[in-house]
Design a protein around this ligand. Sequence first.
Ligand code: AP5
Length: 210
Amino acid sequence: MNLIFLGAPGAGKGTQAEVVTKKLNIPAISTGNILREAVKNGTAQGIEAKKYMDSGELVPDEVVIGILKDRISQDDCKKGFVLDGFPRTVAQAEALENMGIKIDKVVEIYVSDEDIIERLSGRRVSEISGVSYHIKYKPPKVEGICDVTGEKLIQRDDDKPETVLHRLKTYHEKTAPLKDFYQKQGKLVTVIGQEKVADTTKLTFEAIGI
Ligand code: AP5
């Protein structure tokens, strides 16, 4: 099954992608995680991308499309995948079509802007595993420590309040039009994000039909 998870920053795409991919035994492809890895490794691509990410802007289409093309051509994607954070512009969605990739469903996770701000201010992440937690809604077993790697959790640079507001604005202007794009193709299903992660998971499974 080839799925896209669409939604505002912090809507819970990564959190739901983690459970869905475990259940279906397919990989999650997060362009955000790939870009953060490039930033951490100090590659030329990472240095260039960091400017956009830190200010809450989208990284240019040609860069992200190139990254996606490389990742999706790998063997583990042959039996399906979940795209988390791609496409984010109509140009990226068209590029996916031009690659000949058939998408089965696009799951929009809807959360109000007000709740997004609360979620992102409490998010803590593991730099190594990429797993994300929330100090109130999804706490790790030991405060401040990743359950998987045992490392200290950090707050993402782009989760600062002023950057979050800009990311939301970017989402509404550039990414939200994709809802219409996929609605016209009859592929869009909307899940209303719930306060409990498990409740959103239940609705997500129902929306996908798994
Ligand atoms: P990216 O990493 O994709 O960030 P994003 O889309 O802004 O999404 P997030 O990862 O912030 O949130 P999420 O929806 O996955 O939420 P999560 O599950 O963590 O992109 C970062 C940057 O990279 C972009 O700004 C851009 O610059 C660049 N980029 C990436 N892809 C690009 C592309 N295709 N084109 C151009 N540029 C690109 O959940 C958030 C928090 O809420 C967590 O703490 C979680 O524990 C908690 N939570 C989750 N679900 C619930 C729930 N039901 N109830 C309560 N809390 C919950």
